[in-house]
Design a protein around this ligand. Structure first.
Ligand code: B1M
Length: 213
């Protein structure tokens, strides 16, 4: 079994090829997909964020680290999502308007799929109108919003307000999350649920629909 610190280092250094190869080998060697995410990939991105804050890294380094993380996640996501049962709910998932961060959102989507939900991934920079359209036209019964920037957090409240104005707020549960989001903020904006992690998002989604966690 290879040393998985190589994976951690590959993401920090933006080495997508090594990140992919190490992930392939680890999965083939029986390492659990979630362990790779929680113990190696997420701590690596946290370190990338720390370096960005201290001006050791700039946007190009963030981008190449994100690319390395995505290379690993592309292999991991289908394994997290493997399920096959009838969907327990339909989730309209997106990163809110003005925000382009999608790594956490993609993980949340994979975990929700793994937890038996059908996920309509609306992508990044998603407007209130796009969420409303997914509720009206695609009959989503959960709206799940991710935000990574303090400047885009207010888009969550805007979306909730617009869901009310469109007369569909009562038809859906609204879940929010992302690094700057807190439970208190979720309460303030009138969301139905908040989770700080992708794994917790599944339990929260089940809970809001009255299903067993
Ligand atoms: Co950006 N960025 N970024 N960035 N970036 C942060 C968020 C930042 C904290 C870095 C820093 O200063 N330390 C900072 C925000 C500061 C703030 O708002 N207070 C920041 C900044 C400033 C910016 C720009 C403004 C930089 C610039 O241009 N000057 C710019 C903004 C662009 C925009 O969105 N409009 C920008 C751009 C980028 C890149 C494009 C280069 C790249 C993103 C690539 C991509 O996503 N495709 C990037 C990256 C990589 C980061 C960091 C380093 C890593 C984010 C990440 O992917 N983390 C980040 C620093 C950090 O977070 N430490 C940073 C890994 C991921 C698994 O975690 O997304 O938190 P996360 O998701 C978690 C949980 O939060 C939760 O589950 C996930 C897994 O457990 N979760 C949910 C997420 N959504 C959820 C939803 C739920 C429930 C749980 O329910 C619905």
């Amino acid at each position: 079994m290879q040393d998985l610190k190589v994976l951690h280092k590959a993401v920090i250094e933006g080495d997508a090829r090594t990140a992919k190869r190490t992930t392939e080998q680890a999965l083939a060697g029986g390492v659990k997909p979630l362990e790779l995410v929680q113990d190696y990939l997420m701590p690596a991105m946290a370190e990338v964020g720390r370096r960005f804050e201290t001006n050791e890294y700039f946007v190009p380094e963030l981008l190449i680290s994100a690319r390395a993380m995505k290379a690993a996640l592309e292999l991991i996501r289908p394994l997290l999502a493997a399920s096959g049962a009838e969907p327990v709910g339909r989730v309209a998932l997106g990163t809110v308007k003005g925000d382009l961060h999608d790594i956490g959102k993609n993980l949340v989507g994979a975990m929700l799929e793994g937890g038996g939900f059908e996920v309509l991934d609306l992508g990044v920079n998603v407007s209130a109108e796009q969420f409303i359209a997914a509720v009206k036209e695609k009959k989503a019964n959960i709206v799940a919003m991710s935000a990574l920037l303090t400047t885009t957090m207010p888009s969550m409240k805007t979306t909730i307000d617009r869901l009310k104005e469109a007369g569909v707020r009562d038809q859906v549960k609204v879940l929010i999350g992302g690094a700057p989001i807190t439970r208190k903020y979720a309460e303030q904006v009138g969301a139905d649920g908040y989770s700080e992690s992708a794994a917790g998002a599944v339990a929260m989604a089940r809970q809001t629909l009255g299903l067993k966690a």
